[in-house]
Design a binder for this molecule. Structure first.
Ligand SMILES: Nc1nc(=O)c2c([nH]1)NC[C@@H]1CN(c3ccc(C(=O)N[C@@H](CCC(=O)O)C(=O)O)cc3)C=[N+]21
Length: 285
């Protein structure tokens, strides 16, 4: 039996269409336009491609594209000063500092300049704290995109044995917390985990965000499990994930592809967060 392939592109298109409709309603009700300030420092080609995708999606959703590009050799205090300007600019609903920043800049310190109300990446210490506390706030885009995908396919989470592979700040930790908030029974694995495959085989939902190509093979997947692959590796054969797709496809019940799985959801949830930030700033809920 071959797994059902989870269509992240289709679910993301639905989310984006919903956001576009709600942006139009917001503009009609308030006379204001939500705006996203993407900040790119330097000319890393991969970052330029990602930022391009985010800006295009932003315009398609009816929001203002307030992109800022700084040269790679910009000093820390100059980047900080730009972020401080954006923080108080009423036209800016959300700020996204593209990571990684060039060597020599302290990305973590720069992220902290973003006020939590404009933190559409959900990466500031304030946003992380709100998530940990279960208080309202902007949630990181990739983790919320994963939850949205699971919901779109009616994957039950309450009480479900769920394994997350990876404990990064960007994905592993926050997705674990979102899953706990949905009453999943969550186990977090990482580079120190003993017998990774055996732990993973206990999961009905397996989220793989290890950053290592093909770390999850068929031996690590319970027959019928739902497998979410967050990995992204550029290889000579094309984009690949953290999951050995052809092998796991024969065991899993549902599986996300790379590309076309989690990636498009990240952008869709960034748009949703920008709309939520604009609404909160306008005093709407
Ligand atoms: N502050 C910050 N926030 C981010 O959210 C952030 C970041 N920095 N730095 C880089 C990573 C990467 N990221 C992706 C977004 C969309 C796709 C995406 O749409 N991928 C498509 C295809 C992409 C392709 O073909 O190259 C897919 O998987 O189908 C991928 C990766 C956001 N990131």
């Amino acid at each position: 039996m071959s797994a059902e392939i989870i269509d992240g592109k289709a679910v993301a298109a639905r989310v984006r269409a919903d956001v576009a409709r709600e942006v139009a309603e917001f503009r009609a009700a308030t006379g204001r336009q939500p705006g996203l300030a993407t900040v790119l420092v330097g000319d890393d080609p991969a970052s330029a491609v990602y930022i391009g995708g985010k800006r295009k999606a932003c315009v398609e959703a009816g929001m203002a594209d307030l992109h800022q590009h700084l040269p790679a050799d910009t000093a820390q205090d100059k980047v900080a000063a730009l972020l401080d300007e954006l923080a108080v600019d009423p036209a800016v609903s959300g700020i996204l500092l593209q990571l990684p920043v060039p060597a020599g800049l302290d990305g973590a310190a720069l992220i902290e300049r973003i006020p939590s109300g404009k933190d559409v990446d959900g990466l500031t210490t304030a946003s992380v704290g709100l998530l940990a506390r279960g208080l309202p706030g902007l949630r990181p885009c990739t983790p919320s995109g994963i939850i949205e995908l699971l919901d779109a396919y009616d994957v039950p989470l309450a009480g479900t044995p769920t394994v997350v592979v990876g404990r990064s700040e960007l994905v592993g930790r926050p997705v674990s917390q979102l899953l706990i908030a949905r009453n999943a029974t969550v186990t977090v694995c990482h580079s120190h985990t003993r017998d990774l495959a055996e732990v993973c085989r206990g999961a009905d939902v397996l989220v793989v965000a290890a950053g290592r190509q093909a770390i999850i093979g068929a031996d690590a997947v319970k027959p019928g499990a739902t497998v979410i692959d967050v990995g992204m590796h550029r290889t000579e054969q094309g984009l690949r994930g953290d999951v050995d797709f052809p092998a796991v496809r024969e065991v899993a019940g549902r599986l996300t592809p790379v590309p076309g799985g989690v990636g498009p959801m990240t952008i869709a949830l960034l748009l949703r967060n920008t709309l939520l930030a604009a609404r909160a700033a306008a005093g709407l809920s």
